[in-house]
Design a binder for this molecule. Structure first.
Ligand SMILES: Cc1ncc(COP(=O)(O)O)c(C=O)c1O
Length: 412
């Protein structure tokens, strides 16, 4: 390890870390260094109790009465309101609902309705596949000649035909982060709307969607928000767009009066109209624990520690594993990246398998990307040291070669 960096020095940083107490709020296996919270956040210790309470007391005892007595119907708005604070949205603009993919579809369709003469959905090469696929599916369904265009520099490609600029704020592979304010300004200058996928941003970096002028936002609940596997997603719409917001999935719970059981659809006021069907109460209970925890986190401290952990990770890999040709794919400039770091390596899949077998859990994204999520709520400075030590050991001993013959699993 670099002479200036010792494990003892990192222990000192851990002792002084104001976020350290948050780690104790998670149920993490003792023999694991968890660097995959950008894919699935770990289990908050409070979650099993809360979910058990909702199951046994609310569902078990209240039965159908729970919709009223426990406010189940309001959960998507109630948790959405809290989530809105995490992403810096205006009150009343955020809802928890469906999956990120479905929310992308809903908001892209609304954007095309709001810009009826424009034909282009503009996005970025290397955006997350579901963002591209949902846009492509919508364009095919509408059959009105919409084009989904993915380019390397979407700001340079903005023009008067762009209805919506759809970007993932923090790239899922590289961790590179867009400047939401300036990109949104550029889109607005040509009359386009913006849709930000915050899946790798919410709970990972400070966000100000309202201040930055974003029109629409979506994101996952199961990553840095620690809402559990398949947790419901969120969506947010700037209030200035609510009155004319025309959504394609007109389910009964987005109706102004669902329990009037009227034959014709009439949208609810405000963001509630983005609700489609019955809220998943048990999943929402788990998500709320993660969201409540995130609301207690000092975001400036979170951001500073995230940047420090990644700087440290990069420095240690480059000094200790230099001969193994890991290619840094994440910006060195801490201001323009999220809370994950990626390295390219031709044997990346096998190396990651060898790491996982030794308790260092990151993940792999085709074709050659090793991803490490450094979530500051539970990753310690010494974890970075230990993870890089294991990586160096795997490379020095060639242990990864055994993993290279192993079959690829469905989820990498
Ligand atoms: C940027 C981004 N958007 C969307 C998704 C997934 O969305 P869904 O919850 O619909 O599976 C992911 C999943 O990793 C993602 O990284």
């Amino acid at each position: 390890m670099p002479a200036s960096l010792t494990r003892a020095a990192l222990e000192t940083l851990d002792h002084a870390d104001e976020l350290a107490p948050f780690r104790d709020e998670f149920d993490l296996p003792a023999d694991v260094i968890y660097l995959d919270g950008n894919s699935l956040g770990p289990l908050p210790k409070a979650t099993p109790g809360r979910v058990a309470e909702v199951v046994a007391r609310e569902w078990g005892q209240s039965l159908i009465r729970g919709w009223n007595t426990h406010g189940w119907m309001r959960l998507p708005l109630r948790i959405g309101e809290k989530l809105g604070r995490i992403i810096g949205a205006e009150p009343g603009s955020t809802l928890v609902a469906d999956s990120t993919s479905v929310n992308l579809f809903k908001l892209l369709a609304a954007a095309l309705e709001a810009r009826p003469t424009r034909r282009m959905i503009l996005t970025e090469t290397g955006n997350f596949p579901t963002d591209l696929y949902m846009a492509q599916g919508l364009a095919a369904l509408l059959r009105r000649g919409h084009e989904v265009r993915a380019v390397a520099d979407p700001v340079a490609a903005l023009n008067q035909d762009v209805a919506i600029l759809m970007l993932t704020h923090v790239n899922y592979r590289s961790g590179a982060m867009h400047d939401m304010a300036s990109v949104t300004r550029a889109a607005h200058a040509v009359g386009a709307l913006t849709l930000w996928d915050l899946s790798h941003s919410a709970g990972a970096v400070p966000l100000r969607v309202a201040e930055d002028g974003a029109d629409f936002a979506v994101g996952c609940g199961y990553k840095y928000l620690n809402g559990g596997p398949g947790a419901p997603a969120f969506l947010s719409v700037a209030p200035r767009l609510h009155a004319d917001l025309r959504l394609p999935l007109t389910g009964w719970l987005g109706h102004a009066e669902p329990f009037a059981f009227a034959p014709d659809y009439r949208p609810a006021e405000g963001i509630g109209r983005a609700t489609v069907g019955t809220p998943p109460v048990l999943s929402l209970a788990a998500l709320e624990v993660g969201v409540d925890q995130m609301l207690r986190v000092p975001m400036d401290a979170l951001r500073a520690k995230s940047q420090r952990l990644i700087d440290l990770f990069i420095a240690l890999i480059e000094q200790e594993c230099a001969e193994y040709e890991f290619r840094l794919l994440t910006p060195r400039d801490a201001a323009i990246r999220g809370s994950q770091v990626a390295f390219g390596h031709a044997d990346g899949h096998a190396i990651m398998q060898a790491l996982i077998a030794r308790g260092v859990i990151g993940d792999f994204r085709s074709p050659d990307v090793m991803r490490f999520g450094l979530a500051p709520l539970y990753v310690r400075h010494t974890d970075v040291w230990d993870a890089v030590s294991v990586l160096c050991e795997v490379m020095r001993t060639g242990a990864w070669r055994e993993a290279s013959v192993a079959e690829r699993r469905a989820v990498t």
